[in-house]
Design a protein around this ligand. Structure first.
Ligand SMILES: [Zn+2]
Length: 337
């Protein structure tokens, strides 16, 4: 069984102190519709970064960037929807509202708070055990961005008002085209088997990212590889650079739309070489990865989801008591072992 193969890199139960057990997952994120990643408001340019094209190809190119925040916030919200529906979000201390992501009032007790961490105003904190990094596009951004001017539509449903005057352009908007590939590395530190199922389940079940509406932001996530060890995997930038070199060496045209299978085929030999890197011990085989994903799907299925989430929630119970006791003692620092 694939989860067993990862056993030595999983925590048997939640602990407050890190022990260096590291699971790394390589994620392919493919846009399925127009997608918009902007820092704030409209009219801002799409997030991109000037980086080396490859490890061997040293010219610099602009790549699209999907920032950490753009990845993790929707995935946490996805998991929290299910915690909420099973009443597993707790009231935040000193406020009667339930645990909330953006109001600086975490409950410090729910699965999300324990796994993804929180910073409560001055009163201790929990470090996140789900680490992400900026994900990069494989191709240069010039291939991947579309541009469109959005006009105001009048009540008549046309671009002209009653006097026949054309509407003014609201703004010019850049968008990421459908079919764009981002490669991403997600690191899970000292997680239990159920926490692994929870975090990867959130990732596989999240389908909307960035500026979200019913029309934009659709994305599909695929897990291409899972590793166990005592250190992080190479970065997502190193990975896209390695892929770029391979594609150039094989004379594959680097044009959008790019074939997903060709991309995955170019990725695999690089992932296979990573078990030679320092600190990386195990890579799940294709079959083991499939078993792991089946296992995650089963835990999130209609039949098993409630039992799974309640079991995960109950696993923190002994630590909630410690936390409550220590906060009564008046902020005795928990980092003293
Ligand atoms: Zn919480």
């Amino acid at each position: 069984m694939s989860i067993e193969k990862l056993q030595s890199f999983l925590a048997p139960h939640y602990e407050n102190f890190p022990k260096g057990r590291t699971i790394g997952a390589v994620v392919l994120r493919t846009t399925q519709s127009e997608t918009i990643f902007r820092t704030e408001g409209t009219g801002e340019p799409m997030c991109r970064e000037s980086v080396r094209a490859g490890v061997q190809n040293l010219e610099s190119i602009l790549r699209l960037v999907m920032t950490k925040r753009k990845q993790i916030a929707p995935e946490r919200r996805r998991g929290r929807e299910f915690l909420r529906s099973h009443e597993l979000l707790y009231p935040a201390p000193k406020s009667h509202s339930p645990c909330s992501l953006n109001t600086n009032a975490p409950c410090e007790m729910c699965v999300d708070c324990f796994l993804y961490g929180f910073a409560a105003g001055g009163e201790g904190a929990q470090k996140s055990r789900v680490w992400t990094e900026d994900a990069f596009s494989v191709l240069p951004s010039s291939e991947l961005i579309g541009d469109r001017t959005i006009n105001a539509v009048f009540e008549t449903g046309t671009m002209r008002d009653e006097e026949g005057k054309a509407s003014t352009a609201l703004n010019t908007s850049e968008y990421i085209k459908p079919g764009v590939h981002f490669l991403d590395i997600v690191t899970l530190k000292d997680v239990t088997a159920d926490e692994l199922r929870y975090a990867l389940g959130n990732l596989l079940l999240t389908t909307r990212y960035g500026a979200v509406s019913s029309r934009v932001g659709r994305m599909e996530n695929q897990i291409l590889g899972v590793f166990g060890g005592i250190t992080e995997l190479p970065s997502s930038l190193e990975l896209v650079q390695g892929i770029y070199d391979r594609l150039v060496a094989e004379n594959v045209p680097l044009e959008h739309p790019f074939d997903t299978t060709t991309l995955i085929d170019a990725t695999q030999p690089i992932l296979n070489s990573w078990t030679n890197k320092r600190g990386i011990s195990v890579k799940l085989s294709a079959e083991e990865l499939e078993q792991l994903i089946d296992d995650i799907d089963r835990h999130w299925s209609m039949e098993e989801r409630e039992t799974f989430l309640k079991r995960l929630d109950a696993s923190y119970q002994p630590y909630r008591k410690i936390k409550n006791a220590s906060s009564q003692k008046g902020r005795k620092n928990q980092s003293e072992e």
